[in-house]
Design a protein around this ligand. Structure first.
Ligand SMILES: [Zn+2]
Length: 379
């Protein structure tokens, strides 16, 4: 079992250590933040865009956030005498803490249910940082199975805890990797946003999922039907495990795009059982390694966990999955979202999903056989 220990940082933010299964009890000094920190800022603002019916977070205070600090002053490295970091321990496995410069929070509450032009609210919610490893260099793909398994437990734990906070409607774990997509800190880490509203993209997917679920009289989710169709058609499959499979979607929007889907319908990561988590800790890094194997340099990506929003009807029809996307379209070329994509949301792809799937099958990483076998428990 992953060992979980919770404490508070100097300004009251929560910090949770997730130590690998079998690790020793945490030393008491790793629970005490010795820094002097100013009190936490008030939340920014949420404003309602009446034209699109979307909430926009106005977080002017984030302009002062840490941006590529010198290598010995990293906030998510383990604490040393010369660098009292956000994680007051000389060592850790995985650590999660509330973002010091959050777009949402620290307060949580309901927001107006019937907003219109001019509606503003406090930017409530919660933003957390997930430090995947104490090692400054490296990447998620190189964590190894045991550490990845601990990250999966951390995601599940935080999903359950954040879902229970007042007013939260959606919990979104994600990783932005690479300076090409605006990463401001290098140390391998991800984030979790807990929103007080259902995000625009999640709302679109939830509407499609809900309609399909109703038409099937509650017998099948849209995601499971798509997975079944992709598996029998076969040309876009990338990986097939016992509990998860991955494919390039029929209408992929990005130059590189893979969806990793659990075979069993679960609304979120917290609902995955032990065997599913074991296999996920193999298959997910395997996908990341294949992204990196395509080109001589690491591939920037966004790894986005689509969990069912917390509305009851969206839970019934929702089906957890990962959408792993990259704007990289060649060794030295990125796709930029311009007029059609950025303004209209209408994507135009220069690659075919079938050719991308063939490439991702061909560059199988070194741990592929173990990944496909899905024998996580024995790893
Ligand atoms: Zn670091």
């Amino acid at each position: 079992m992953t060992r979980t220990t919770t404490t508070r940082l100097a300004d009251g933010r929560e910090l949770i250590y997730f130590d690998d299964a079998g690790s020793a009890e945490r030393p008491a000094e790793s629970l005490v933040d010795r820094r002097q920190l100013p009190g936490r800022a008030d939340p920014g603002q949420l404003r309602f865009d009446a034209l699109s019916r979307e909430w926009v977070a106005v977080a002017a205070h984030r302009q002062s956030r840490t941006h590529l600090p010198p290598a010995d002053q990293y906030p998510i490295c383990p604490t040393t005498p010369g660098n009292l970091s956000e994680i007051p321990s000389a060592d850790y496995d995985v650590a999660v803490f509330e973002n010091r410069f959050p777009s949402l929070g620290p307060a949580v509450s309901e927001i107006p249910a019937t907003p219109g032009w001019g509606t503003a609210a406090s930017a409530v919610g919660r933003c957390e940082v997930v430090a995947f490893t104490p090692d400054h260099a490296g990447s998620f793909a190189g964590l190894g199975w045991r550490r990845t398994r601990t990250v999966v437990d951390a995601w599940a734990h935080r999903t359950a805890a954040l879902s229970a906070l007042p007013g939260i409607r959606q919990v979104f774990p994600f990783e932005n990797r690479g300076p090409e997509i605006g990463v401001t800190l290098h140390h391998p880490h991800g984030q979790i946003y807990a929103y007080p509203f259902v995000t625009p993209r999640a709302a679109v997917l939830a509407a499609a999922a809900g309609e399909y679920f109703a038409q099937s009289d509650g017998r099948a989710t849209l995601t499971s039907s798509l997975l079944e169709a992709e598996r029998s058609e076969g040309t876009r499959m990338v990986l097939e495990g016992e509990h998860f499979s991955a494919y390039v979607p029929f209408a992929a929007r990005w130059p590189l795009e893979v969806h990793l889907v659990p075979h069993r319908q679960v609304p979120d990561l917290a609902a995955l059982n032990g065997m599913e988590r074991d296999e996920l800790a193999h298959l997910y890094p395997e996908l990341l390694r294949r992204f990196d194997a395509l080109y001589p340099t690491p591939t920037p990506y966004i790894a986005a966990w689509y969990q069912a929003p917390l509305e009851p009807d969206m839970r019934r029809a929702g089906h957890l999955h990962l959408q792993l996307t990259s704007p990289r379209r060649a060794a030295d070329k990125l796709k930029y979202l311009a007029g059609s994509e950025a303004a209209m949301g209408a994507f135009i792809s220069d690659t075919t999903p079938e050719s991308v799937a063939a490439l991702l099958r061909a560059v199988a990483g070194s741990e592929t056989s173990a990944a496909v076998a899905g024998d996580g428990a024995s790893a």
